[in-house]
Design a protein around this ligand. Structure first.
Ligand code: NAP
Length: 420
């Protein structure tokens, strides 16, 4: 029998568990998650108006429900258990901790109120317990820095009307903040050319379908090159006379060099390739320039990821997902990658008599750690679905305390000494 611990219950961790279940018939897999709720980026990164994409949570949920898998929510490796302990208790450990730290531009003014990383902003509109609302109001102009799909998500959520956002799981607080901002202009700014943009065509084209917003290219002479993205941008630029209550302007070849403002953001300064300076007035700027992995206990990332060779960090320690390859690819990329890492684990890790789950249950009991098991997660899930009102598909609990109350943790459900 192989006892395997996976740290992180996002798509990478769940797909790895799924592949291991198929490849190793007697594997016993424990998934540790610092929050009481699973699914990582699917719950807290995928845009709330893209519920079709979020539906992959049902596939991941089936993995957690399997007999040979145990979910340990509300257990943080580094706080409740150490990585060394997991390494001694399990035959293999996999880091699937994602990349949750916003990359920084490291330019003047980045600390000004009104400047946010995309992780902070998307975490807030997705109801992440660690997130804070933007500390500003009166946003008429927003600058979105970066030319990837996260920049598109952020621009779209800012641009959509309340009617278009109905049916999502945006919280009433987020809906109310968005509704009360007098947004007239959203500037999506790339440091390279339109042909270099990393948008996918489907996401970009969606901006052309919004009810109250109109995408436009600020300077259509920047649209050199071929391909679906440039073609879509050309279609946006074709009719310069179009207007809407919210204009989404695309700018290219502008490198951000400073955030300006006295006490709060008032403009973003860029330099173009010819050295000229450009300022775009803005009360809100969101940097969508990628993410880095955070340390996990003694495991320390280098260059934003855990150094690895095809998913292997060292003997019996593996890594998958954004923590392995950086913030790239789509959700299905994790499935393909997880299959390869699972094959390595299946081939390289011998069976042993390590205590695995029994040892962890003992440690959690000794430390009085109340964890959320799969049944308790389903209680949280059911309570969130039952709370939804005003057309929302779900009303997420936005604090750990409320999640634990809904899970009835501490009232006998997930008492480690009561479960083996
Ligand atoms: P991304 O696709 O890598 O885009 C990051 C953008 O930030 C690039 O345009 C990059 O420019 C720019 N950038 C990086 N450093 C910069 C700097 N110092 N100054 C200015 N610009 C800088 O990353 P992402 O948008 O965060 O998305 C992450 C992954 O999630 C991607 O694989 C994405 O496709 C995926 N995703 C998918 C969806 C979807 O399918 N609906 C939605 C969201 C995210 P350069 O190209 O010049 O480096």
């Amino acid at each position: 029998m192989k006892q395997i611990a996976i740290i992180g219950s996002g798509p990478a961790g769940c797909y790895l568990a799924d592949s291991l279940l198929r490849l190793v018939p007697d594997a016993s897999i424990d998934i540790f998650e610092r929050l009481p709720v699973p699914f990582g980026l699917v719950r807290y990164g995928v845009a709330p108006d893209h519920q079709g994409t979020k539906a992959v949570a049902r596939v991941l949920d089936r993995v957690l429900s399997r007999d040979r898998v145990s979910f340990f929510g509300n257990v943080e490796v580094g706080r409740d258990l150490s990585l060394e302990e997991l390494m001694s208790l399990y035959d293999a450990v996999a880091l699937a901790t994602g990349a949750s730290r916003d990359r920084r531009l490291n330019i003047p003014g980045e600390e000004l109120p009104g400047v946010l990383g995309s992780g902070a902003f998307t975490g807030w509109y997705n109801g992440h317990p660690d997130s804070q609302p933007p500390p500003i109001d009166g946003v008429r102009s927003a600058v979105v820095i970066g030319n990837g799909n996260v920049a598109i998500d952020v621009a779209r959520v800012l641009a959509k009307s309340a009617t278009e956002l109905a049916g999502s799981d945006l919280s009433p607080e987020v809906t109310s903040w968005l509704e009360t901002q007098p947004i007239e202009a959203i500037h999506v700014v790339g440091r390279r050319s339109a042909a270099d943009a990393k948008f996918t065509q489907h996401e970009l084209a969606e901006l052309g379908t919004l009810q109250c917003a109109c995408p436009m290219v600020q300077d259509s002479t920047t649209l050199a090159g071929d391909g679906a993205i440039v073609e879509t941008l050309r279609s946006f630029a074709a009719d310069q006379s179009r207007t809407a209550s919210v204009m989404i302007y695309f700018h290219f070849n502008l490198t951000p060099i400073a955030f300006l403002g006295d006490g709060r953001l008032s403009a973003v300064r860029f330099r173009s390739a010819d050295g000229a300076l450009h300022e775009i007035p803005a009360q809100l700027a969101i940097t969508c320039i990628g993410y880095e992995t955070r340390p996990c206990c003694i495991a320390t990332p280098a260059n934003g990821v855990f150094a690895n060779v095809e998913g292997k960090v060292k003997d019996r320690l593996y890594v998958v997902g954004w923590a392995k390859r950086g913030p790239s690819g789509t959700i299905p990329t994790n499935r393909t990658e997880a299959q390869l890492v699972a094959q390595r684990i299946a081939q390289e890790v011998p069976d042993s008599t390590r205590p695995g789950r029994a040892g962890v249950l003992q440690l959690l009991a000794q430390r009085h750690v109340w964890w959320v098991d799969y049944a308790a997660w389903r209680q949280i899930d059911a309570a969130e679905l039952a709370c939804a009102c005003d057309g929302r598909c779900r009303e997420k609990f936005t604090t750990v305390t409320k999640m634990l109350e809904a899970a009835q943790v501490g009232q006998g459900l997930s008492c480690p000494s009561a479960t083996t």
